[in-house]
Write a protein that binds this ligand. Structure first.
Ligand SMILES: [Zn+2]
Length: 330
């Protein structure tokens, strides 16, 4: 994702990124590449302002001076930036709600709530760094769930009708009417999206000069707070090799298998220390290197054997009879 105010800069970036991707064995797919203006739809190549990224939709909206964002000098910009769950993500979310309700078509209310609550909680937590509340995306999800539950009611209460369904499954709890909850003193309550808080101002920006491909995994481990697969010296090797595999010369990508290899195999006298280690792609690259090592080891063993043989023969007295060495009795 590249953001810049000049279209020419963006186009230049597209060129450079294409080249960079070719270097790591990938290509920029035209159908997955899109140039869009964040505020003015007419300036996007497909007439839609803003863009989707990791399930978020990021877009700017023109507003009057009272709601407008201000620049660092305090001047009104005439628009606000809103980050909200993308349409596609909302659709997928409602699809999983639908599947869960369908699965519990005949279950108890407790089972249904226990299935739905983690889905709602997880989704809301993911979007806690967004403007989902301001844009009413959260409350819209609740409305859609209500409709789906009502459909379930129609199905279950064919005779008694919806009124019977509401009486059976909905309560007034505190100030809230229409809470989907179990009966009794300690009711199990269906979570609502709207009760989760969120704010896009909490978002922490990635330092502009960092890329997950530059080999500085120490930075990324710190940022992500975890890096289970990367022992310390692998991270150091990655740094030494500037993020590239020593065999094929291509950059390691996220998710690639990184394997430690002895530059000079131990069987050939290589040492077990950092200077003799290198990182290779697991699979093809490491296998090719190992195959060559094995040939060298075999050659070395064969020549070692011949040397040993000569050494043994030099210890004894022999004479050549018809091209065959024959021991001389001493
Ligand atoms: Zn490789």
């Amino acid at each position: 994702m590249v953001i810049h105010k000049n279209l020419e800069v963006i186009q230049k970036c597209q060129e450079l990124i294409s080249k960079w991707l070719t270097d790591i064995g990938l290509e920029l797919k035209p159908e997955k590449t899109r140039i869009a203006h964040t505020l003015i739809p007419e300036q996007s190549e497909d007439g839609i302002a803003g863009f989707d990224f990791l399930g978020y939709n990021i877009r700017q909206y023109p507003v009057g001076r009272h709601k407008s964002a201000t620049n660092s000098q305090g001047r009104k910009l005439g628009f606000v930036t809103l980050i909200k769950p993308s349409k596609h993500t909302c659709k997928k979310h409602q699809q999983s709600i639908k599947t869960a309700i369908k699965k519990h078509k005949h279950s108890s209310q407790i089972d249904l709530i226990n299935e739905l609550n983690p889905i709602i909680r997880g989704w809301c937590n993911y979007f806690s760094f967004s403007d989902a509340k301001v844009t009413r995306t959260f409350s819209k999800q609740d409305k859609l769930i209500f409709q789906k539950l009502r459909a379930l009611g129609v199905y279950r209460f064919k005779k008694k009708g919806l009124k019977g369904f509401y009486q059976e499954y909905y309560r007034k709890i505190g100030k809230r009417n229409w809470v989907f909850a179990t009966k009794g003193a300690n009711p199990l309550i269906l979570l609502t999206h709207d009760e989760f808080s969120c704010s896009s101002n909490k978002l922490v920006k990635v330092r502009g000069d960092k890329s997950p491909y530059d080999g500085d995994l120490v930075y990324w481990s710190t940022r992500m707070g975890r890096n289970p697969e990367l022992p310390n010296n692998k991270a150091l090797l990655l740094k030494k090799q500037k993020g590239k595999c020593n065999w094929c010369g291509l950059y390691f990508r996220n998710g690639d298998l990184l394997e430690k290899d002895h530059i000079l195999a131990t069987a050939l006298g290589g040492k077990n220390d950092f200077s003799n280690y290198q990182l290779l792609h697991g699979g093809k690259c490491h296998n090719e290197k190992t195959a060559i090592d094995l040939t060298k080891i075999r050659d070395k063993r064969a020549s070692d054997f011949i040397k040993e043989l000569f050494l043994e023969w030099s210890k004894v007295k022999f004479t050549w009879i018809n091209d065959i060495p024959v021991l001389v009795e001493s």
